[in-house]
Every structure is written in C-alpha cells, then in structure tokens.
Write a protein that binds this ligand. Structure first.
Ligand code: HEC
Ligand code: HEC
Length: 224
C-alpha cells in the first residue's frame, strides 16, 4: 500500500470514529468481544484437528469443497481469518449479530471449541480469488476508495487480494455472491450491527446496490 493511502485511511478512520463515537457510546455495544491478551490467547490456542472433530454439522452448510453443494446464501468459511470466525460466533451467541440458527449452534460451543473450529477453517485454502479484471469503478473502490463519500479503499483493510487481515478483518476472496450482497445490505439497513465503530455500516450505507453487486462479483472472482 502506498504511504499516501495509508495516511488517508488513517485520517478517515479517525474521522469516522470521531463522527460516530458519540452515537456508538450511547447505543448497545456492537460486540462484546474485546481483543485483550486473554481473548487473543484463546483464539491462538485453537487446534484444527480438534476443530475438525466438531465440524461435521457446520460443514453440512459451510463446506465449499468441490462437489459439495452449498446454498448460495451460506457464507463460505474455508481460509477465513480465525479471529473473525471466533468473533462472529461470540456475536451470534450474545445475539449482537442476530440469526436464530447460528445463535443456536454458537450457544452450544465453549470459547475453546469456537477457537478450534476457527483454526480448522483457517487451515483450509480460500475458496477463490478476486477477479483478474474488473470495471474501473470497482477497482477504484477496492484500491483507492472514494474520498468524496469518505469511503476508504476495501483493500486497505481486507488486504490486496481480499485475504483478510489482523485482527478480525474477514477474507472476502471467493465469498458467495448472494451471501456477500445480503450481508452488505444488512449492514446498510443496520440489521447487521456487530461491526466495531460502525465502519462497515457506514461504508455499505454509502454504496449503491449496483456497486455492492459489482463488488460481490469481483471478490467472488466472477468478474464483471
Ligand atoms: C443449517 C445451516 C448451518 C449450519 C449447520 C451452521 N451454519 Fe453457520 N451460518 C449459516 C448461515 C445461513 C449463516 C449466515 C447468517 C447471517 O446472515 O448472519 C451462517 C454464518 C456463520 C458464520 C459467519 C460467517 C461470516 O462470513 O460472517 C460463522 C463463523 C459460522 N456460521 C460458523 C458455523 C459453525 C462453526 C457451525 C457449526 C458449529 C455452523 N456455522 C453451522 C448456516 C449454518
Ligand atoms: C476500515 C476497515 C475496513 C474497510 C475500509 C472495509 N472493510 Fe469490510 N469489514 C471490515 C471489518 C473489521 C469487518 C468485520 C466486521 C464485523 O465484525 O462484523 C468487515 C466485514 C465486511 C464484510 C462481511 C464479510 C462476511 O463474511 O460476512 C463484507 C462483505 C465487507 N466487509 C466488504 C467490504 C467492502 C466491499 C469494502 C470496500 C467498499 C470494505 N469492506 C471496506 C473492515 C473494513
């Protein structure tokens, strides 16, 4: 990433926290997960082999191995950032990310089991990569953002190839188009509100439906 971009993102990040901090402070916390050393230690101690032993039921909906059918609105987890997976499971359990089915599964897991499942998925390859070619509008949003709408580049947080980043920024590469679109619309409407500092809610709120769709296809690797 160019230095200039890094500074731009840093400034924007500060501005967004500044603008929305007051609002966030009064609202319910968007997540109860705090990345203190104890939590990092739990996720870092996740064991993929132990995770695999519990993953059969999860894989019936989340596996993306060739030949396995996957409902289009089920997120792919292969290669996903383990800190992100852990955080989502904790958020479902606490109902700060609402979803009946996932809340039910997450409530049956201990934090250590969540970390094991996160390690199991992190061990797998990402299911795909972003498209090699895309429209200039999509590439601009991904790599430059849009200063006019205060949108930082997606790649600044999600990585150059949509591979995700520390601490809990998810990978987007190879994600299902319809899941990607649905979850972005849920951020946009506020129905999904477990993102810290409302960053994704703000960004999704600035994007048009057409841009969301095009970004989903870009990250899924299917191009234009
Ligand atoms: C019956 C199908 C089903 C089963 C079984 C299932 N899930 Fe899910 N899972 C879903 C759906 C649908 C979503 C998307 C929900 C939403 O929009 O918030 C989801 C979301 C998730 C997410 C968030 C993904 C993201 O990209 O944000 C994680 C992590 C997850 N599930 C892990 C698990 C684990 C671990 C198990 C096993 C203990 C499991 N799931 C079992 C259907 C399922
Ligand atoms: C300031 C950093 C930042 C920027 C910039 C950013 N994101 Fe995110 N994004 C995040 C974080 C952190 C999360 C996870 C939030 C949570 O815990 O729910 C996330 C979550 C997502 C998700 C949900 C993934 C899933 O599996 O459910 C999608 C889709 C997404 N971002 C797309 C984008 C797109 C497209 C852009 C560019 C227009 C973008 N993001 C820009 C930090 C960022």
């Amino acid at each position: 990433m160019k230095k200039q971009h890094a500074r731009f993102v840093f400034l924007l990040g500060g501005l967004m926290v500044g603008l929305m901090g007051g609002h966030v402070a009064q609202a319910e916390p968007s997540s109860q997960v705090v990345w203190d050393s104890a939590t990092r230690h739990i996720v870092g101690s996740g064991n993929a082999v132990r995770g695999a032993a519990n993953a059969e039921v999860c894989d019936s909906c989340h596996a993306s191995a060739p030949g396995k059918s996957l409902r289009a609105n089920f997120p792919r987890l292969a290669g996903q950032n383990p800190f992100y997976v852990y955080k989502q499971l904790m958020d479902y359990r606490a109902n700060t990310r609402g979803h009946g089915v996932m809340q039910n599964f997450a409530s049956q897991l201990t934090p250590a089991q969540m970390a094991d499942l996160a390690a199991y998925y992190a061990d797998q390859d990402l299911p795909g990569r972003p498209a090699r070619q895309a429209s200039p509008e999509v590439l601009r949003l991904v790599y430059r953002g849009d200063a006019r709408r205060l949108i930082p580049p997606c790649a600044a947080c999600h990585g150059r190839y949509g591979e995700g980043a520390l601490v809990h920024v998810p990978a987007l590469a190879g994600q299902e188009v319809s899941y990607f679109t649905t979850t972005m619309q849920a951020y946009k409407s506020g129905e999904r509100a477990n993102d810290l500092y409302s960053r994704m809610r703000y960004i999704a709120g600035q994007l048009t439906d057409g841009e969301i769709e095009a970004l989903a296809r870009y990250y899924a690797g299917t191009g234009r």
